[in-house]
Design a binder for this molecule. Structure first.
Ligand SMILES: Nc1ncnc2c1ncn2[C@@H]1O[C@H](COP(=O)(O)OP(=O)(O)OP(=O)(O)O)[C@@H](O)[C@H]1O
Ligand SMILES: [Mg+2]
Length: 357
């Protein structure tokens, strides 16, 4: 339950919360089949979170939910011969349920302790689920308003996505597009020539490059993909790429991470390191950058240090168009972490981020 509570408090979007609950439920009810389902009462429709439901489970669920005339109270557990259902809240028409059954669909019973766990889980989830729905609705409202009183938070969100889009556009333009232009030139050359074979080989090589670059760009934009191999792997790839184009020396140290890391945490860590390195390139004039990423106790630490020109840490960037450092602080804050900067002109820069695991 402690684990569940800690992942619930860290989810800041409904989608993240659903994924975390699914993962934690599957972990706890490992010897059963655990599913998270959304039920839309007016349409009498059921939908599985993270994958579709088998026809027999869907039927079983619909029968159990139809049998209930009034709305479930969050935390309420219903039992049918082959299903145990915990009501986990929802907004109006659509409600969330935690469903435990046997893989085979055969009748079974949950021991008292597990029934109690399902009840607690459902209750906890409902609190966070409803709360996140409210926040998301507010954020959508803020985004739509676009008024002059637009809060700084949504502005920052927009700037961050705007920056990502710009990066994608420039990657596509500078690399992928140039490569496509080369291919076109190659194809144009082939007309009326005998050396078809050589040109075809060129074209294929060009297309291989395009494929590689598109994959790279997509990985950059979607760090969750690379979290398959762990966040340290993702960061070390970034370090390798940096070393190829950097004039400074980049020392990279890791500490083993034993705690599970969510996609959200992976993105946070990856983007923070990325911005620190980008700033190292753009502003530091350093000869050496040192980066350390890893777990100590229950915290994930990112320690960055450079021996460059440094900066005045008291400078106020709140009204400026610079979003890198603000973004780092905001990303860390969103996962319950903190950031400290240490620098003086001429003395290099030290940044320490600590994120709870
Ligand atoms: N490693 C560094 N060495 C020296 N100065 C730095 C370093 N990192 C950041 N700064 C200073 O802090 C300022 C703010 O950094 P920040 O990342 O917020 O903005 P930016 O890099 O200028 O723009 P953006 O990140 O939005 O593209 C920079 O303009 C620079 O003056
Ligand atoms: Mg920056």
């Amino acid at each position: 339950m402690d684990r569940l509570l800690s992942v619930l408090t860290r989810a800041y979007r409904v989608g993240d919360l659903e994924q975390s609950v699914l993962r934690e439920g599957q972990r706890y009810f490992a010897s059963y089949m655990f599913r998270l389902v959304k039920y839309t009462e007016t349409k009498h429709e059921i939908q599985g979170v993270g994958g579709s439901l088998t026809a027999s489970l869907e039927k079983e669920l619909l029968t159990a939910l139809r049998a209930k005339s009034n709305r479930h109270i969050p935390g309420e557990v219903s039992i049918t011969p082959s299903l145990v259902l915990g009501a986990a809240g929802g907004t109006g028409d659509t409600n969330l349920y935690l469903a435990v059954s046997m893989n085979s669909g055969e009748p079974f019973a949950l021991v008292e302790r597990d029934r109690f766990a399902l009840m607690l889980m459902s209750k906890y989830v409902s609190i966070f689920y409803d709360y996140l729905h409210l926040i998301e609705a507010k954020l959508n409202e803020m985004e739509q308003r676009h008024g002059s009183d637009e809060p700084w938070l949504s502005k920052l969100f927009m700037q961050i996505t705007e920056k990502e889009r710009k990066r994608l556009a420039s990657d596509l333009h500078d690399e992928v597009l140039q490569e496509l232009l080369n291919i076109r030139r190659s194809v144009e050359r082939t007309s009326g020539e005998n050396s078809m074979y050589e040109s075809r080989k060129d074209i294929c090589r060009g297309l291989d490059n395009v494929e590689f670059m598109i994959r790279e760009t997509c990985q950059e934009l979607m760090p969750p993909f690379i979290s398959e191999h762990g966040v340290l792997h993702a960061v070390s790839k970034l370090v390798e790429k940096t070393r190829l184009r950097a004039e400074f020396q980049l020392e990279f140290k890791t500490l083993p991470i034993t705690a599970p890391i969510s996609d959200e945490q992976t993105i946070t860590i990856y983007r923070i390191v990325q911005e620190l390195i980008n700033n190292g390139f753009k502003h530091s004039e350093a000869r050496k950058l040192t980066l350390e990423v890893g777990q100590e106790d229950e915290w994930l630490h990112i320690r960055y240090k450079d021996d460059g020109v440094g900066m005045e840490t008291s400078r106020d960037f709140s009204d400026s168009n610079r979003f890198g450092l603000k973004g780092i602080a905001e990303r860390a804050r969103m996962v319950g972490g903190s950031v400290t900067l240490e620098s003086q002109p001429g003395q290099g820069l030290k940044v320490h981020c600590a994120l709870p695991l």
